[in-house]
Design a protein around this ligand. Structure first.
Ligand code: PCA
Length: 190
């Protein structure tokens, strides 16, 4: 068994859809990649709660690294995120009907937190493998950004690095194609 543990999260469907490609892709990932044994968890698409559950999973599993996945409509590449913003905005309601409008995630917290995994390197590794991969400069302001910000803030000062990766919704890539791109990204972090 591998010595290092990678926590991978995906989301439940939201916005009236039946599936969320982030969870489909997480489920399609192998149990071991590179130096890591994977532990997978599904998060609810709910502001605050998803981040709290991700942090709870980190406390329980004590992973060596964390990658949270979410789907994004209108994109055709797997996109590691560079930065999370300290702000919530719901263009549509989350799965508990909440649609905050420019609400601060962490009072007194940093305006933005950078990914602590090498987002650019992961994006470049995916592209170098001939798969669709690009660095993203914004995780948006919906539940994905909320989870990324909360987890990065929680892990600040720890040895555990984290990134959020958006994957295409809407059938742009199959779950297996997304999983193959994510595998390359995970192998690149060593
Ligand atoms: N995507 C949403 C939240 C859940 C998901 O899969 C987002 O991009 O914020």
């Amino acid at each position: 068994m591998k010595e290092k543990t990678l926590l991978v999260t995906g989301f439940e469907p939201f916005g009236g859809k039946d599936i969320n490609m982030s969870w489909e892709a997480a489920a399609a990932l192998p149990e071991e990649i590179g130096a890591y044994r994977l532990v997978k968890r599904k998060l609810p698409t709910v502001f605050r709660k998803a981040g709290a559950l991700a942090i709870g999973a980190i406390e329980e599993i004590k992973p060596d690294a964390v990658i949270c996945l979410g789907e994004a409509g209108g994109q055709s590449a797997v996109t590691p995120e560079l930065v999370a913003l300290n702000l919530r905005f719901g263009r549509i309601p989350d799965n508990e009907g909440q649609a905050p409008r420019d609400e601060v995630i962490s009072e007194g917290g940093e305006n933005a937190l950078f990914s602590t995994l090498p987002a650019r390197k992961m994006a470049e590794a995916i592209a170098a493998a001939g798969k669709p991969g690009e660095l993203s400069l914004s995780a948006g302001l919906f539940v994905c950004n909320d989870v990324m910000y909360q987890v990065l803030e929680h892990l600040k000062g720890s040895e555990v690095p984290m990134d959020f990766i958006h994957v295409p919704a809407d059938g742009e890539m199959t779950a297996e194609e997304i999983a193959a791109a994510l595998t390359v990204a995970i192998e690149s972090i060593g």
